[in-house]
Design a protein around this ligand. Structure first.
Ligand code: F0G
Length: 445
């Protein structure tokens, strides 16, 4: 018997359903899964969420994730019962998502040539492990705990490992982290070591590490916490929830993300689909996904740069053979994803189909930016007193590029997500030492 929450295959022709305790990240035919809820939440919850901002001593109100627990209630608990919340919901003392909200940053607005009132940037780097991952990890580890998992497993370009390691340590679980050997800056990995995770170095890139981690999770009783896990996506929906809440649920014209494995794109799309279906928002913001030039799978396929066909979700009939041929082409030509923004150095975005669905629903776009542009984006955020990492800089300079192409209009309201905090100490040092860089303030002697 199924309760209110269950899992459903995203392929409309397949549509297989599973009980919420299921731990496979795919349906029996190999398609991705969504968490679904039968009940339509009342929009009066908007007031409940607002009131919970005065936490009254509850860590589940303090948490920027669990404040919205009624919209992620896959544990099917009484969301007003603190006893049930404490028993089921995984939280780092209410800190996940707590400091995340959209801000105006005047120097970034000036750089982009957009009015300060119309530009919002939402730093997710002030999460406890330093990136947006804590939003989705809180929910994935909640599900892991619910089904009694002893070990969580992930592949990572850095931030996922820190987040998984942190929650695992706090919950007394084991954690295995698969990383591409030699391709991750020490600053990005040090937290996973610190939190006692077992690092497994894989000879290959992130895509190879993910494959190996999924195989190992299946064969050795591990619980996968990468964004292919549908419960990760549930927690990451709170990123747009918080943005919308601070905008009084008035949709912006755009929500902009850097694109890697496309978990964020997928979760933002799912959040918007749900809110629109429930009548909580009247306008659907458009999603813009910014790839690095050196890891541009989504942008290439979406914009028809491979074989001239623009890849689309196509109401659930995407041309998956085109994707396979693109990957074969990368392999044959020895093309490996390459960018200094290692967080998004990903060639095979595991959530590409959910990402395409999100872009179709929101009339979204995708483009690329260069490494030096991302560094400028990161640096101008710094000049406003906020810290973000290089991959996050893509959200800023992506807006600039799309404005130049007149896709984003001067009067549009834009929310850019700054996904992670600086963890590579030398990146800003090297940037500012080079006077040629746009925002450099070189040292004096
Ligand atoms: N920004 C940062 C800072 C990231 O760490 C990542 C992904 C992304 C953007 C891309 O987000 O995958 O949702 O499109 N980092 C992963 C990791 C893959 O292992 O830490 P996405």
């Amino acid at each position: 018997m199924q309760g209110d929450a269950y899992l459903k295959c995203i392929d409309p022709q397949c549509g297989l359903e599973y009980p919420i305790e299921n731990t496979n990240v795919q349906c029996d035919k190999g398609h991705m899964l969504d968490v679904k809820y039968k009940n339509k939440p009342s929009s009066s919850l908007k007031e409940v969420f607002y009131k919970r901002r005065n936490s009254e001593g509850s860590i589940f109100n303090e948490s920027g994730v669990w404040r919205f627990r009624d919209l992620l209630n896959f544990c099917q608990i009484d969301t007003e019962s603190m006893e049930e919340c404490s028993k089921y919901l995984v939280s780092l003392d209410g800190s996940e998502g707590r400091q995340s909200k959209p801000y105006h940053m005047s120097k970034a607005a000036e750089f982009l040539g957009i009015s300060n009132d119309n530009l919002w940037l939402q730093p997710e780097g002030y999460n406890p492990s330093g990136s947006f991952k804590d939003n989705g990890m809180a929910t994935a580890v909640t599900h892991a705990k619910m089904i009694g998992a002893k070990k969580i497993v992930c592949a990572s370009t850095g931030n996922t490992s820190a987040s998984a390691g942190m929650f695992a340590a706090n919950e007394g679980m084991n954690c295995d982290v698969y990383i591409p050997a030699g391709q991750i800056a020490p600053g990005k990995l040090s937290q996973a070591y610190q939190f006692g995770a077992q690092i497994v170095e894989v000879d290959g890139n992130f895509d190879d590490a993910l494959k190996q981690s999924l195989d190992d999770a299946q064969n050795h009783d591990g619980y996968t916490v990468n964004s292919v896990n549908p419960f990760r996506i549930e927690g990451q929906k709170t990123i747009p929830f918080r943005a919308l809440e601070y905008l009084n649920w008035e949709s912006p014209d755009w929500i902009v993300y850097p694109g890697g494995a496309l978990g964020n794109t997928s979760s933002c799309g799912k959040a918007l689909m749900e809110l629109y279906e429930w009548g909580w928002i009247k306008k659907i913001p458009r999603i813009a996904v910014i790839n690095s030039e050196g890891a541009s799978t989504l942008s290439d396929l979406y914009n028809g740069k491979f074989e001239g066909e623009e890849l689309r979700w196509n109401k659930g009939n995407p041309n998956t053979e085109l994707i396979s041929r693109y990957y074969d082409h990368l392999d044959k030509e020895g093309l490996r994803p390459k960018t200094k923004a290692t967080a998004i150095q990903i060639g095979r975005p595991a959530n590409i189909l959910k990402g395409l669905r999100a872009l179709e629903f929101t009339n979204g776009v995708s483009t690329t930016v260069s490494d030096s542009e991302m560094l400028d984006g990161m640096s101008v955020v710094g000049l406003n007193g906020f810290d973000c990492e290089m991959a996050s800089g893509a959200s800023v300079v992506g807006v600039k590029k799309l404005m130049k192409e007149e896709i984003i209009k001067k009067d549009d309201v834009v929310v850019g997500i700054l996904t992670g905090r600086q963890k590579d100490a030398m990146i800003p040092v090297d940037y500012h030492r080079n006077p040629e860089n746009k925002f450099a303030i070189p040292p004096k002697n």
